[in-house]
Unconditional design. Structure first.
Length: 283
């Protein structure tokens, strides 16, 4: 079975005791000989306790990965004939949680970082959080020839150093060069072991992003407005950022074909309970 090969590429392993000695008792069910635990191939995965057939899940994953801009809950509901919008919405959210590889590596080398307001409302003063807007911190790895490499994004509560610097530490390897504007929230980067280059003295928010970040944020905003019609709530924004990042970092033709496989593979990785803790986001 495809799912079993994805989940246990080296053969079954008991999630409780780690033993590889087990009976296969039925459809996707394994009985550990050592501790007698019965394990379903979907237990502890994104598909856990789903009453709907896996084939529908795979179609949803296909929609998410096959469309250049992903898909919305209402489209998935319609295409798969799901009874409720909530189910489609919940599925897409569960899949988004599978788009973050546990322990994924951080950016390295030369990185451009900036923050931008996302969502409705008017631009406001930096560090206070503009009204009705969410603040997104973006880090873009620069490749030779000013090409855009991989990205990382984080929804941060404000633009203070206490928010920005730890977020960058989680996204960029120590020792890397980080280029920012002159905003004081980045002042502590040097003391945290980064080479901090201020490439622009001014420190305004919104329209005046550093060039590479500006391009990526433009794509992000267009995606949020287009595919999701601007309906993303702040408490869910982090997961949408994960989806955007997942797709953006695999945007070359060579890696696009891997999207479906990667998503399926990550969706069945064993996730220790409680589930939401693993994918803890701030805020
Ligand atoms: Zn066991």
């Amino acid at each position: 079975m495809y799912l079993e090969q994805l989940r246990w590429p080296d053969g079954f392993r008991c999630p409780r005791c780690g033993s590889t000695d087990a009976w296969q008792t039925g459809r996707g069910l394994w009985l550990c000989r050592r501790c007698r635990r019965q394990t379903s191939v979907t237990a502890g995965t994104v598909f856990d306790r789903s009453r709907l057939p896996l084939s529908l899940w795979f179609r949803a994953m296909w929609q998410v990965t096959n469309q250049k801009n992903g898909t919305s809950a209402s489209t998935v509901q319609r295409l798969l004939g799901l009874g409720s919008y909530q189910t489609a919405w919940a599925w897409l959210h569960k899949l988004r949680r599978a788009m973050v590889r546990p322990g994924r590596d951080r950016l390295a080398g030369v990185v451009e970082a900036d923050e931008s307001d996302v969502g409705g409302g008017k631009p406001g003063k930096r560090g206070r959080g503009a009204q009705g807007k969410a603040l997104v911190l973006l880090a873009v790895q620069l490749q030779p020839g000013k090409k855009i490499g991989r990205i990382r994004m984080r929804h941060v509560p404000d633009a203070s150093g206490q928010s920005l610097v730890p977020a960058l530490e989680s996204m960029v390897t120590v020792g890397s060069e980080i280029r920012t504007d002159g905003w004081r929230g980045y002042n502590e980067l040097e003391s945290k072991g980064y080479r901090h280059i201020v490439v622009r003295r001014s420190a305004e928010i919104g329209e005046d992003l550093l060039p590479v970040c500006h391009r990526v944020v433009g794509l992000l905003k267009r995606w949020l407005l287009g595919t999701h019609q601007g309906a993303v709530r702040h408490e869910h924004l982090a997961y949408y950022l994960d989806e955007f990042t997942f797709r953006f970092n695999r945007r070359t033709s060579a890696s696009r074909g891997m999207l479906f496989y990667r998503l399926a593979q990550q969706a069945v990785q064993v996730v220790p309970a409680p589930y939401p803790k693993l994918v803890a986001h701030n805020p």
